[in-house]
Ligand binder design. Structure first.
Ligand code: 13P
Length: 245
């Protein structure tokens, strides 16, 4: 079996005005072009307002651009939404879909997440499909059933290792400083991998940081990280990239 390339993706969420975001992107680009080590795949997912200027900054560097969401339709009367072809045109290579904050705050269903992922694939980009159980679901011992169901219902039929990445993000681990045990992560990733149609990469996300990156990346079945808070600090994010190198 060929070694899968690791992916370290930074999800800036709704953080960063122009000066701040550009400084962060520049700091990462500088580190990326200076390094002599073989790097993993790296994706930077700034807020939509920063995509165009950050795309310019990252052009020609090893850092790929990603968006945090898109609409399921390619165009149309959807005030305030952004279509996948618009993101592709800006230079995005990845789009995060189904993040738990969107599932919760915008009541996105698995069916909607799947439709969004399909639009990402149609536009020639890679979908990062997020899923994960809530604390009460884990407490009730239903976590595998929950994430398996989310995967089955939100994965496009056309998903392959080239166009799709899964991100396992337990909701209770996001922004809390809590992480599952290595055994729990391995169990979840194995469960998901067993339902996937091919060698699609599975990232772990939820309170990943510079201190725990090495251990998380060393957990069997973890193909990379989806990083929230720690991705806002270029130094911390870059050390996570190097931990995956
Ligand atoms: P934190 O790394 O801040 O816990 O966020 C994880 C996340 O939601 C990434 O998408």
């Amino acid at each position: 079996m060929t070694e899968r390339r690791r992916l370290i993706a930074g999800n800036w969420k709704m953080n960063g005005l122009m000066a701040d975001g550009l400084a962060r992107a520049k700091a990462l680009r500088t580190r990326a072009v200076r390094t002599r080590r073989a790097l993993p795949d790296i994706a930077i997912c700034p807020p939509a307002t920063l995509l165009a200027p950050v795309a310019k900054l990252l052009a020609g560097s090893p850092l790929a651009l990603g968006a945090q969401d898109c609409h399921a339709a390619d165009k149309g009367a959807h005030t305030g939404d952004i279509a996948a072809p618009m993101l592709a045109e800006l230079g995005c290579r990845y789009v995060i879909v189904g993040h738990s904050e969107r599932r919760t705050n915008h009541r996105e269903t698995d069916q909607q997440v799947k439709a969004k992922a399909e639009s990402v694939l149609r536009a020639g980009m890679t979908a990062i499909v997020c899923l994960g159980e809530r604390a009460e679901e884990r407490k009730a011992g239903r976590h595998l059933q929950v994430i398996g169901g989310q995967l089955d219902q939100s994965l496009p039929a056309e998903a392959t290792a080239e166009n799709t990445v899964i991100a396992y993000e337990p909701v209770w681990a996001i922004g809390t400083g809590l992480t599952p045990t290595p055994a729990d992560i391995e169990e979840a990733h194995r469960h998901l991998a067993g339902r996937l149609p091919g060698p699609i990469r599975i990232l772990y996300g939820g309170s990943a940081n510079a201190a725990n990156a090495k251990a998380l990346l060393g957990t069997p079945g973890v193909d990379g990280l989806l990083v929230g808070g720690a991705s806002l600090d270029p130094e911390a994010f870059w050390s996570m990239v190097l931990a995956a190198a």
